[in-house]
Design a protein. Sequence first.
Length: 288
Amino acid sequence: MLVMQTIVNGLLIGGVYALVAVGFSLVWGVANIINLTHGVFVLLGAYISFWLFQLYHIDPFLSIPFSMAVLFITGFLIQKYLLNYVVRAGVFMTLILTFGLARVFENQMIVAWTGDWRTVTTSYAGSGFVIGGVSIPYIRVAVFILALIFCICLNIFLNRTKIGMAIRALTFNVEGARIVGIDIGRIYMITFAISAAMAGAAGSLISTIYSFSPFLGTPYLSWSFVIVVLGGLGSIYGAIVGGILLGLIESFSVLTFGPGYQVAIGFVILVIFLVVRPQGLFGKKFLT
């Protein structure tokens, strides 16, 4: 029974991990930008839902569109006025810039909202059902389903729309895309904005099940790295599978070794994948 509960817990949190990582994987695969502000974007989404709930009693699930809109605009402006000027200089320069931005955002959150832990407690937070002795909270099921829906909708957008196909074209050949008339700078801005919006949605969902503070940006960024390596760079379904795998790995690590080892076990798996299959489960070697 304990094993089944562990599996269910791992699967449910894995969906959230997938949504956290999918935007990170997208912007890395398309623009070759390792966005170190991604974890901060997740926290901003959580804070938006928290304050809308505290000040205006807006349900955190209903605040997701607002979080996504704010983060979309934020990401678009950052790419347009900052990253587009250094992206051609290579990964190292974008790493320095996004690292600095992450620190700025983190400190501004501390100044604005203090370093206290926050949580969104709704009237239905403790509700759930039991199947075969396994306890399943309603809110976690809703979070899992919504996370998968967002990932699938992003995949449909990338494969069925003109902008989405332009984004995918950049993952194969930037110069070829430029030759056929694709505005590279504009597509980079849209891609980064979508990535930020996905992070905002993830943050809103996380606010319903976990406490958070301005200092959690680095852990969410670290999980994104692990999931991208597990699933494969630039792959939406890879992010879903990688997120679920990480959720299961952490759940069984807690069951087997205790809560102090779950992060360490995740990074051990990361190193193994880097050695055995560096492109991940669904990634392709030609993606850069």
